[in-house]
Write a protein that binds this ligand. Structure first.
Ligand SMILES: [Zn+2]
Length: 244
């Protein structure tokens, strides 16, 4: 018969109490680290050490914030790619020899500006004229980087690029429940074809905001859009991927 195993030492449960960095409540277990919510440097700078939070704030604040951050970053990448894939033949986006760091700096600026603007869409049905002003602000971010990364021949300042990018962001954020219904839709060749406008050179035609406004009027006066009553909902129902 095997020897009876020696009784192991009683396991000591490690406890570390502290104050939750969100709600100030004292947690009785070791809490949860908040990596990803703040940047490590920010935590150390503002707090002296890494922050921790209680169980409740982990569920109600930390996890939802991390999930939202992930989705928003993905939405940015997808919207950016949708906007820049619409180039016409021979058109360049960046100047030759632009580093990834410079491209990243521009994208960070664009994302930050977008986030600031989209705060107003969170609990509001934004009106078309305000939306158009916002589209111009987005186009302005592209124009600010003209010298540095784009150059004169880039199609980046074409209003079409800004409207596709920002309206895609609105669509994703709306679908995920981050904002209220946006007033318009990302204009592209697929939805233009749906209102009977098959125009290969449409990106060239939406050079500035008056061209965009005219296109939007074409959508609004289309019978199927009129029947739906909402551009965003109409587009969602008629959405189709290229090649589907
Ligand atoms: Zn807490």
């Amino acid at each position: 018969m095997a020897k009876k195993a020696k009784k192991t030492k009683e396991t000591i449960e490690i406890k570390e109490t502290g104050k939750c960095c969100f709600c100030d409540k004292v947690y009785e277990n070791s809490g949860h680290n908040t990596v990803g919510y703040w940047k490590e440097e920010e935590e150390k700078k503002g707090y002296g050490k890494l922050k921790r939070c209680c169980d409740e704030c982990y569920e109600t604040k930390l996890l939802p914030a991390l999930k939202e951050k992930f989705l928003k970053t993905e939405f940015f990448i997808l919207s950016w790619e949708a906007a820049v894939q619409q180039r016409n033949e021979g058109q360049k986006l960046f100047k030759d020899g632009i580093s990834d760091d410079d491209k990243y700096e521009f994208k960070r600026k664009l994302f930050e500006k977008t986030e600031t603007i989209l705060n107003d869409y969170e609990n509001n049905s934004v009106k078309a004229d305000v939306h158009h002003g916002n589209l111009l602000e987005i186009q302005g971010v592209f124009k600010d980087y003209k010298e540095k990364i784009f150059g004169d021949n880039s199609y980046a300042f074409n209003f079409s690029t800004a409207q596709k990018y920002f309206n895609m962001m609105c669509k994703y954020y709306w679908c995920a429940g981050f904002i209220e219904e946006p007033p318009e839709l990302p204009i592209d060749s697929i939805n233009l074809a749906k209102i009977g406008r098959k125009d290969e050179k449409w990106t060239k035609k939406i050079k500035e905001i008056p061209n965009y406004e005219e296109m939007i009027m074409n959508f609004r006066s289309n019978e199927s859009v009129l029947n739906e009553g909402s551009l965003a909902v109409w587009e969602l129902k008629n959405w189709k991927r290229r090649g589907d």
